[in-house]
Design a protein around this ligand. Structure first.
Ligand code: IPM
Ligand code: MG
Length: 367
């Protein structure tokens, strides 16, 4: 009898539904080969939920995610909802899922596929394989925020007028648990860990650095370094292949992981896993957005969603063989020349493919 796994599926908005459809075909193919069966429950979140229920994430959707074994998400958001009340923007669904499921650890591998190195803006890039470990439920994303009007004047006499604020708060507990994930991850890879912060300015960063240095002393086999975020954004371009694991706060991780996506060729290739307490459902999603401009054209790259399925099989179910098989199949498909528009450069060995063609090739390569 095949194992049954219970997956909450949130296709979302824009290209979300079409890449999810492809990802589920790959999940089923892997299940047939490796002996598991996915029971899928499709849920609305983001813009699709605003249209149906008036809010981006309902309590029922969150509960359904909580009672599943894992959550697969496409992408949320789009210009259609640009003018909704900021309290119910589609992105709130993601933030609500992250905090509601306690998903504090965001793993974002940025790996260069050798054949795609020409798609990178970095000349001569090779052998780049970085794992971002981004704190996901704290920091400025979830700190106190608000707006008020002030009668005060700036020193030069300009009136303050309306004032808005967002604050960054981090506790030792939040920092320690994400650093532990990062040290463990580095231990299983090339044993290099970089902390990225802004400790020359921010008090929160200084707390991160203090705890990081303590933990580094307890992990003598891991080579560690601390970098300021502005410097790191340069180093990522000048020496991308030197980095192994980068651990950082919610906000810096958001920014740097997009930068790394570009460096490695296309965000269309990059998956992610968001994990909480062991035994609780994690959420797996591409790092790219909903790309409403290409929705329905067949141009979307399903690889990030498909690789997110692989991450799900590995992290949520320990199906390492199935995860490897999907990752190998994606690599082979790229080596065979299949290219969606974002990774096509017009070389003779490349075959421009729509999202269904590339998915079929991936499924064939799973065997
Ligand atoms: C990401 C996205 C989200 C974030 C947005 C959509 C809220 O940019 O997952 O990187 O900022 O975390
Ligand atoms: Mg982002």
């Amino acid at each position: 009898m095949a194992d049954r796994i219970k997956i909450a599926v949130i296709p979302g908005d824009g290209i979300g539904p079409e890449i999810m459809e492809q990802a589920l075909l790959v999940l089923n193919a892997a299940g047939e080969k490796f002996g598991f069966k996915a029971d899928i429950r499709v849920l609305l979140a983001g813009g699709a939920s605003i249209d149906e229920y008036g809010i981006p994430l309902t309590g029922e959707t969150l509960d359904a995610c909580r009672s599943s074994d894992a959550v697969l998400l496409g992408a949320v958001g789009g210009p259609k909802w640009d003018n909704v009340d900021p309290g119910i923007r589609p992105e709130k669904a993601l933030l609500g899922l992250r905090s509601g499921l306690g998903l504090y650890a965001n793993l974002r591998p940025a790996k260069l596929f050798g054949e795609l190195s020409h798609a990178s803006p970095i000349k001569g890039i090779k052998d780049t394989d970085i794992l971002f470990v981004r704190e996901l439920t704290g920091g400025i994303y979830f700190g106190k925020s608000g707006e008020y009007t002030s009668e005060d004047l700036l020193p030069d006499g300009t009136p303050y007028g309306n004032v808005a604020f967002d604050t960054e708060t981090y506790s030792e507990g939040e920092i320690r648990r994400i650093l532990k994930i990062a040290f463990d991850a580095a231990g299983g890879r090339r044993r290099k860990l970089s902390l990225v912060d802004k400790a020359n300015v921010l008090t929160t960063s200084r707390l991160w650095r203090k705890i990081f240095n303590e933990m580094a002393a307890e992990h003598p086999s891991i080579e560690t370094e601390c970098l300021y975020v502005d410097n790191c954004s340069m180093q990522l371009i000048s020496r991308p292949s030197d980095f192994d694991v980068i651990v950082t706060s919610n906000m810096f991780g958001d920014i740097l992981s997009d930068e790394a996506g570009m460096i490695t060729g296309s965000v269309g290739m990059l998956p992610s896993a968001s994990l909480g307490a062991p035994g609780k459902p994690g959420l797996f999603e591409p790092i790219h957005g909903s790309a409403p401009d290409i929705a329905g054209t067949g141009k979307a790259n399903p690889c990030a969603a498909i690789l997110s399925v692989a991450m799900m099989l590995r992290y949520a179910f320990n199906y390492n063989d199935a995860a490897h098989a999907i990752e190998r199949a994606v690599s082979k498909t790229i080596s065979d020349g299949y290219r969606t528009a974002d990774i096509y450069s017009g070389r003779p060995e490349e075959k421009i493919s729509d999202l269904c063609e590339i998915t079929l090739a991936i499924i064939k390569n799973i065997g």
